[in-house]
Design a binder for this molecule. Structure first.
Ligand SMILES: Cc1cc2nc3c(=O)[nH]c(=O)nc-3n(C[C@H](O)[C@H](O)[C@H](O)COP(=O)(O)O)c2cc1C
Length: 220
């Protein structure tokens, strides 16, 4: 079992170009129903999720691209301003891997801007899930939603559904709230693009690495 699970996780990667064909509603329900088994503190199950289907996804994408072009990001949970070591190196390596895959030079600001903007059309994915959490529960509920995301990513990989989590879309909460039923007590955490990857797209050649376990786990 662990070998199969590790294989699934090795093969999973964030995909940043999608084909147009939608995922059947039944498959989406199966995915999110599987992830309902995610544990949470006191079993509060705090994830609040809105999933779009065509043509709604494109309408939302148009609004998000317009918002991203027009205004400064203002996420409800502030994004990190600085990444101290060793996180900075990991972040840079992640960016380098993506831009290299896409053939974008380090100093090509216009191409980097366009690549960033692709977050807001959800990389052409036919579906996006906007994930929020009741803000009254505090930070441990965010931990719960992170656990849930791991379940969703794993279940999606098992179902042959490609994904890209996107904190970037949380930077424009007003545009999301104008289009979607998101409660006032809920804080928007991230989006999740869902669909079938365009395997021919350069962005989808990007692969990231991981540190050996000793970098993160200490036994004593
Ligand atoms: C909570 C979360 C937010 C993320 N936000 C973005 C994002 O805004 N844009 C993006 O292109 N990738 C985003 N990612 C994808 C990460 O960059 C990616 O998971 C990481 O580089 C590891 O690569 P892998 O998913 O291909 O294994 C996010 C991932 C997570 C878990």
């Amino acid at each position: 079992m662990i070998r199969e699970l590790r294989q699934l996780w090795e093969q999973r990667a964030s995909r940043r170009a999608f084909r147009a064909e939608p995922i059947a509603r039944a498959a989406l329900v199966e995915l999110f129903a599987a992830a309902q088994r995610a544990p949470s503190w006191c079993n509060v199950q705090p994830w609040r999720v809105v999933v779009t289907e065509p043509p709604r996804t494109k309408q939302l994408a148009d609004a998000m691209v317009a918002a991203a072009r027009a205004g400064f990001p203002h996420a409800e949970i502030p994004f990190p301003l600085d990444y101290p070591p060793p996180y900075k190196e990991h972040r840079v390596a992640c960016g380098v891997a993506l831009y290299q895959a896409m053939g974008i030079a380090r100093d090509d600001k216009a191409a980097r801007y366009d690549a960033w903007l692709r977050n807001y059309d959800f990389f052409d994915a036919p579906h996006v899930a906007i994930v929020a959490c009741d803000r009254r529960l505090g930070p441990y509920a965010y931990v719960d939603v992170g656990v849930w995301l791991g379940y969703v990513l794993t279940a999606a990989a098992a179902l042959g559904i490609d994904t890209c989590p996107m904190a970037s879309v949380a930077a424009y909460p007003d545009a999301l709230r104008a289009q979607l039923p998101i409660g006032e007590t809920d804080v928007i955490l991230f989006g999740l693009a869902l669909g079938h990857a365009d395997d021919a797209a350069p962005a989808n050649r990007c692969r990231t690495t991981r540190e050996p376990v000793e970098a993160n786990v200490v036994f004593c």
